[in-house]
Ligand binder design. Structure first.
Ligand SMILES: *Cc1c(COP(=O)(O)O)cnc(C)c1O
Length: 392
């Protein structure tokens, strides 16, 4: 008898019954505010392209020119023959941008987090993570083999209570802006706790970089935290920067350690150099066009005001991520579908991405949205919430 997937099929049926089954939707347009989705025009309120750079003409042109110059594939890992002058220039610019000694490119943020944590801690060490950290940070902690401890969300006092009697190297790991909640980690307090206990602090600023700080320097810039305060900074290029990939920034010793030891750096193909060139172009826009951040701010405030008037439960978020927690997965999916029928794409985020009972609509904004579109989304939300009450 050939092996069958009977058990897997049962698991899929269970997911369906629990309203946790996930489906992909097919986009047939560039990334942006207006998407062509399964043949229908919708307004997009759930991407991470916060500054509207994923399809910016200058970024696209830099990409095309670099393809003419370097071709498409990088051909190899960085340590064999894949490290291109474009990568190297981008690393230097990212180090300057984040005010760190050095930066190191990784092929994705997920890989960066897996590789960095395991390069810094292992058996005999300990890693401490906010319980709402991104999956890649939690996976990285678990895979490292270090003692793994989650602390209460954004709670430096709880963190400190766990650190008191730990042995070996200690690594504290936190999202900067929390990806599903939009709130800021209390980084100043975390940095203090780290110093008091001789622990290292690593911050994943995937959702702060480019969006927060006068020139988009991110949450560390906003709090004024130096490389000494936060020795390990990780950032992604696929969100506000609009391209693809990730980097880690910090001291010379940190970066050289990662080059020698981070397996997800060593054993994977380098990003295409054209992606690096496109990112160099987008980084210039991030730094110089602060109107994009101002615009985001205006949109977020308008949304929060309007949502408050509708009595929608918002989270304490000042970022471009404005979740509306509904709780139950079925209702969340129903509201998301009602919004889609009205022409708005807002994805339903369900467990295990968020804790049980906290399914939500994750509304995100882009500098390319217009205020009118925010008002129309609010109208649609009011109607969808009403009809969902009948469904619940
Ligand atoms: C998106 C994200 C990642 C993963 O980055 P990719 O480049 O998409 O793999 C890591 N951490 C956080 C907080 C993220 O939001």
């Amino acid at each position: 008898m050939p092996p069958t997937f009977t058990q897997l099929n049962l698991q899929l049926e269970t997911l369906t019954a629990q309203n946790l089954y996930r489906c992909r939707r097919i986009i047939d347009s560039p990334q942006g505010i207006h998407l062509q989705l399964d043949g229908k025009a919708v307004i997009n309120f759930c991407s991470n392209d916060y500054l509207g750079l994923a399809n910016h003409p200058a970024v696209a042109l830099a990409f095309k020119n670099a393809v003419d110059r370097y071709g498409v594939g990088s051909g190899s890992a960085h340590l064999i023959c894949g490290h291109n002058t474009a990568h190297h220039a981008l690393e230097e610019e990212l180090a300057a941008f984040t005010r760190r000694e050095r930066a190191l490119l990784f092929s994705t943020g997920y890989l960066a987090n897996l590789g960095v944590i395991a390069a810094l801690v292992g058996r005999g060490d300990a890693v401490f993570e906010d319980r709402l950290n991104h999956a890649s940070l939690l996976d990285g902690g678990l895979l490292s083999g270090a003692r793994f401890k989650r602390y209460a969300h954004a709670d430096a006092a709880d963190l400190a209570s766990h650190l008191a009697n730990a042995a070996g190297n200690q690594l504290i790991v936190s999202d900067g802006v929390f990806s599903m909640d939009g709130d800021f980690a209390p980084l100043t307090n975390l940095a203090d706790v780290a110093k008091q206990h001789g622990a290292w602090l690593m911050v994943d600023d995937a959702h702060g970089l480019g969006v927060i700080g006068e020139q988009g320097g991110g949450l560390l810039d906003y709090y004024g935290l130096s490389q000494a305060d936060v020795p390990v900074l990780m950032g992604t290029l696929g969100k506000a920067l609009g391209t693809f990939g990730a980097f880690v920034a910090g001291s010379e010793v940190l970066i050289e350690t990662l080059i020698q030891k981070a397996r997800t750096y060593i054993y994977t193909t380098a990003l295409p150099p054209a992606i690096a060139e496109a990112t160099r172009a987008s980084l210039k826009i991030v730094i110089t066009e602060s109107w994009r951040r101002d615009k985001l701010d205006t949109l977020v405030k308008r949304f929060r005001r309007g949502a408050g008037q509708l009595g929608l439960a918002l989270m304490p978020s000042a970022s471009a991520i404005q979740p509306i927690v509904i709780g139950d997965s079925r209702t969340t999916v129903a509201v998301s579908q009602a919004l889609l029928d009205a022409g708005f794409l807002v994805s339903a985020i369900r467990p295990p991405t968020v804790p049980q009972g906290s399914a939500r609509l994750r509304v995100t904004f882009s500098a390319l949205h217009e205020e009118q579109q925010v008002d129309r989304l609010l109208d649609a939300l009011a109607k969808a919430a009403l009809s969902a009450e009948g469904l619940a």
